[in-house]
Design a protein around this ligand. Sequence first.
Ligand code: SF4
Length: 338
Amino acid sequence: MTSVQPHASTTSVPPHQSPLLQVKGLTKQFPVHRPFEQLLGPRQYVHAVTDVSFELKEGETYGLVGESGSGKSTTGRTLLGLTPATSGEVWYEGKDITKLSNRELRWLRKQMQLVFQDPFSSLNPRKRIGSILEEPLLIHGVANHSKRQELAFAILEAVGLQPEHYFRYPHEFSGGQRQRLGLARTLILDPKLLVLDEPVSALDVSIQSQILNMLKQLQQERKLTMLFITHDISVVRYISDRIGIMYLGRIVEEASTDELFQHQRHPYTRALFSAVPDAAHSGRRDRIVLRGEVPSPVSPPSGCAFHTRCPLATERCKQEVPVLREIASGHKAACLLI
Ligand code: SF4
């Protein structure tokens, strides 16, 4: 857990705004690999994402939070069209992009970009930074050589790097600088939407703060909309306007950042947040320790998927799947007892 401190104002975005992206009932299942002797048995699936719906308003940051294996990264990759959805819809600028062919998706790739946790893996070690930055422009046929060079120098400056970095190789950069380079490579195409998958998790706390501050600044300058995927409650509090909490492939609670930090309603959210020091109570919270492990997404529990670990579970919770519904203005939760 990091100790990034909450900003005085976590809602830096102007009052909005129409949705840029709408996700409706998104579901993604992966077939389980079977050994040869089991080929005749029933096919099993990993239920990675189940019936996920949310929207991203223009210019906002939506934090998607959950433990490892909760389906948040798969949600991000599926809504970008990097892996096909099993069912559901993803509406972007009036089009359901799950129905588009790869060729039709090409025009979208410029506008919707993914930022990885480890940008080093996406930076070719044999190429200089200038050529790495210009590559996406070449792929999209954006400009001639001198224009590409001009854009590369401009984006280096925008992410806080120096002109001389254009001539260097990836191994000459620190972790924080590499994340700046990863951002530069995505921002050079001037996208509208960024999906950031644990972009600061591998960095020291002080470097995390620098990258998060830079992201906020870039968001305002470039009117970016961001889906910020993380397991880190402190980080998501700092960067997000609204937050969705995922458990075993489903969103179980959603609210504005301020509302969620004041009123967690879902038992899972309460347990998750109870592990975070609370400045308002001298850093202490009553820790809620959940029993057992996160169940396998290959055979998720019946009814409410959280019932095997929920301290409030009843018999009804084993039968009925709770629907994510509005329980207060702008605040949704999926629990039969709320
Ligand atoms: Fe717990 Fe039941 Fe609510 Fe699920 S529906 S979170 S098991 S009380």
